[in-house]
Ligand binder design. Structure first.
Ligand code: NOJ
Length: 530
């Protein structure tokens, strides 16, 4: 697409698409690139600027695409490279940018590099991965654990060494101290840039480098639930396996690779500490990074607002905010479910839209979806299937409900790949588009108003006085956003001038011109100077 003086992502809002679950064009029960292409009008109608497509590359699917067996092709179940080219061309014709996912922390165990490296110390690809001798007792070389349960090490019996995997054993971690790995990824980035992509979402961006000592991580906490892999992982301080200082040097290099193409780099930066997070989006490194913690939290307004403000202050323009993604329970469910969960979720999104970066919506968020309901026997996520009784990520990944026909219009197959209860009519795109009071219209209004107000990304941000710890008001140029997430009305003191509410996330207008803006509980208001 044509380059402008400012990067294309200035002021943009993205939309995350999980290709397996978005739209199935060929009736095999699994979504595909052609299905996405056929639904692009939905995205332009909604008013987003870019789509991020999670991995669609050849993969054995142990982690549903995040185990990549070939970085420069399309999995047959998702289509072909020609389908990809058509999708990009059609998206560009509509003014939509296309961001693809890149998975550099690990490959699939089916990748040609790992197939060659496994069982052969002399393989030219052995050093693409992280191998260590056993501990003196023959066990794993250190106490690192996998996000998905068990040790982060599996024994390669033929060579007597362990390979490192911060996720499944079928997702062996790459060795980013090997220059050949870095060279290969430069080529992968160029391959997709040459096909016209506008950016990359970088999976586990904080995980690539490991500390050379491979020392044990301290475990200062007991996991609340000793069977839950996420809690076990969280009970360690990840001093040696994550967020190493020199990670950012990889992205400095990538920045130079993508710069001639005008492509964006957005990192999944799974570090919560505001100043550590900020390092990833300093000039010349990533253009923006996701702050993920809010997407994992239950409804806790005071925590949320304190965290958001602290992260924003450390990184005023470098954060991409989300309430939802393909890894977490949907915010509507986490925030109490039903109309209340929807109201809370839109109120939070309204505030996050004022905080710079490139905020993203997750497919189905615009419908106010809660988590899908799946029978225990139909679960697909390895977090559940490999850890008995543990809640995994399937609830958020159920298929997009387009209408109230067969399988909600997602597929003509008997059932979708992830079999869940069909959604009722009022949760479908068709019904909500026809109903101006539905969540999709509130999201659409918010997107329309934001895109018409450059102050959202051009003007400095000031936190205004608000008379409640569960509310925040931000002022940027001729825009104020007041988010009252608490249980009582709050008043924000507006700068002098004439202000009017143009968007109220749930009720309509609640403005007191003389004193400031009074916002009712669990609502956010967008106020413009006129
Ligand atoms: C983060 C991705 O969002 C998640 O879906 C995946 O399982 C892990 N990284 C491992 O690639």
């Amino acid at each position: 697409m044509e380059q402008t003086a400012r990067p294309w992502w200035t002021g943009a809002v993205g939309y995350e698409v999980y290709p397996r679950s978005f739209a199935d064009s060929n009736g095999d029960g699994v979504g595909d690139l052609e299905g996405i292409r056929q639904r692009l009008d939905h995205l332009t109608w909604l008013g987003v600027d870019a789509l991020w497509i999670t991995p669609f590359y050849p993969s054995p699917g142990f982690d549903h695409g995040y185990d990549v067996a070939d970085y420069t092709d399309v999995a047959p179940q998702h289509g072909t490279l020609d389908d990809f080219d058509r999708l990009v061309a059609d998206a560009h014709q509509r003014g939509l940018r296309v961001v693809v996912d890149i998975v550099p922390n690990h490959t699939s165990s089916h990748h040609a590099w790992f197939r060659s490296a496994l069982g052969d110390r002399d393989s030219e690809f052995r050093d693409h991965y992280l191998w260590r001798d056993p501990a003196p007792d023959g066990g794993p070389p250190n106490n690192w654990v996998s996000h998905f349960g068990g040790p982060a090490w599996t024994l390669d019996e033929a060579t007597g060494q362990y390979w490192c995997h911060l996720f499944l054993p079928e997702q062996p971690d790459l060795n980013w101290d090997n220059p050949a790995v870095a060279d290969a990824f430069d080529d992968i980035l160029r391959f997709w840039c040459d096909r016209g992509v506008d950016g990359f979402r970088i999976d586990v961006a904080h995980g690539l480098k490991k500390h050379p000592s491979f020392a044990d991580n301290p475990q200062p906490r007991e996991p609340e639930d000793p069977a839950h892999p996420g809690q076990i992982f969280g009970s360690f301080d990840h001093l040696y396996d994550l967020d190493q200082d020199d990670n950012v040097e990889i992205y400095r290099r990538w920045n130079a690779v993508v710069r001639p193409y005008g492509a964006m780099l957005i990192g999944e930066v799974g570090t919560d500490e505001p100043t550590r997070l900020a390092r990833y989006s300093e000039p010349g490194i990533l253009h923006t990074g996701f702050a993920l913690k809010p997407a994992w939290k239950e409804w806790d307004p005071e925590w949320l607002l304190d965290y958001v403000q602290a992260v924003h202050e450390a990184s005023p323009n470098g954060i991409s905010w989300v309430t939802d993604n393909h890894d977490t329970s949907r915010s509507v469910s986490r925030y109490g479910g039903g109309p209340r969960g929807i109201d809370r979720s839109i109120a939070v999104t309204t505030l996050l839209f004022a905080l710079g970066g490139v905020p993203f919506l997750w497919e189905g968020q615009e419908l106010g979806l809660d988590d899908g309901i799946i029978a225990a026997t139909d679960l697909e996520d390895p977090v559940s299937t490999r850890n008995d009784g543990v809640k995994g990520r399937d609830g958020t990944r159920t298929v997009m409900p387009w209408d109230d026909g067969h399988a909600n219009g997602f597929t003509t197959a008997a059932r979708p790949w992830l079999d869940a209860h069909d959604r009722p009519a009022h949760q479908t795109v068709a019904a909500q588009v026809a109903d101006p009071t539905s969540p999709i219209h509130r999201y659409r209004d918010l997107l329309r108003i934001r895109s018409a107000q450059p102050a959202f990304w051009e003007s400095d941000l000031e936190w205004l006085d608000v008379d409640s710890p569960t509310a925040r008001a931000v002022h940027r140029g001729d825009v104020v956003v007041v988010a009252n997430l608490g249980p009582a009305p709050c008043t924000a003191t507006l700068p002098p001038g004439r202000w009017t509410v143009v968007f109220a996330s749930r009720t309509g207008i609640t403005l007191d011109h003389a004193e400031g803006t009074i916002v009712v509980p669990e609502e956010a208001a967008l106020v413009l100077e006129f």
